[in-house]
Design a protein around this ligand. Structure first.
Ligand SMILES: [Zn+2]
Length: 208
């Protein structure tokens, strides 16, 4: 395997990148000068050193000498936990300043087929909920997931798992205002505001 093939293979592991795009990246780099290449190498080498993953919400944040991110450190007294799929979703909701509770970054959806690998941090989420309830820091779980069949499957599975153990918790879902196929990451502030204010509360077991 030559260097082009080897590098293309690495790019192919990126989310949403196929064989052809991976090779386009390689040829793009071949056209760039050494300064650009060096900068890229340095930034890639630094990212793991300079970025931490929060032990509570699992988001990535710039190293600050602490094991928790600025949101988790803050004590707002608000007993809400919003479950989002990825960091970009958290950032989008957070920058609206409409929500002051805590977050949990799931990292992926629960696969609807057992054969498919699931990247969702289900166990870590259940641990966090258990901890927060024991510390009397949690009253409401908000599902801030995008609208798609995978997200819906994940929401129902998580709801059933959590509700089974903690029937007194309030559960709500960002729904109205977000249309089908909506990515939370790209929702504007007005849409998110509406989705937050009109979130739907539920407390019955759902069949999946
Ligand atoms: Zn955090």
């Amino acid at each position: 395997m030559n260097s082009i093939d080897k590098l293309a293979e690495l790019f192919q592991k990126f989310p949403g990148i196929g064989k052809r795009q991976a090779r386009r990246f390689v040829y793009f780099l071949l056209h760039k000068d050494n300064i650009y290449i060096q900068k890229l190498i340095n930034e890639i080498a630094n990212i793991k050193k300079e970025i931490n993953q929060c032990k509570e919400c699992y988001r990535f944040y710039p190293e600050n000498g602490k094991s928790l991110c600025p949101i988790c450190i803050q004590d707002t007294g608000i007993k809400q936990l919003m479950i989002v799929e990825k960091d970009a979703d958290l950032e989008n909701v957070h920058k609206t300043n409409l929500y002051e509770g805590k977050y949990f970054v799931l990292g992926g959806f629960i696969a609807s087929h057992d054969k498919k690998k699931s990247y969702a941090r289900t166990e870590q989420l259940l641990d966090k909920i258990k901890r927060d309830i024991e510390n009397k820091e949690l009253d409401e779980v908000i599902f801030g997931l995008s609208i798609s069949p995978e997200a819906e499957h994940t929401r129902m599975r998580l709801y059933n798992m959590i509700h089974e153990n903690y029937p007194d918790l309030i559960f709500s879902t960002l729904g109205r205002g977000l249309s089908s196929g909506t990515e939370l990451e790209y929702s504007d502030i007005e849409t998110l505001k509406y989705a937050l204010e009109s979130r739907i509360t539920q407390n019955k077991k759902q069949n999946i």
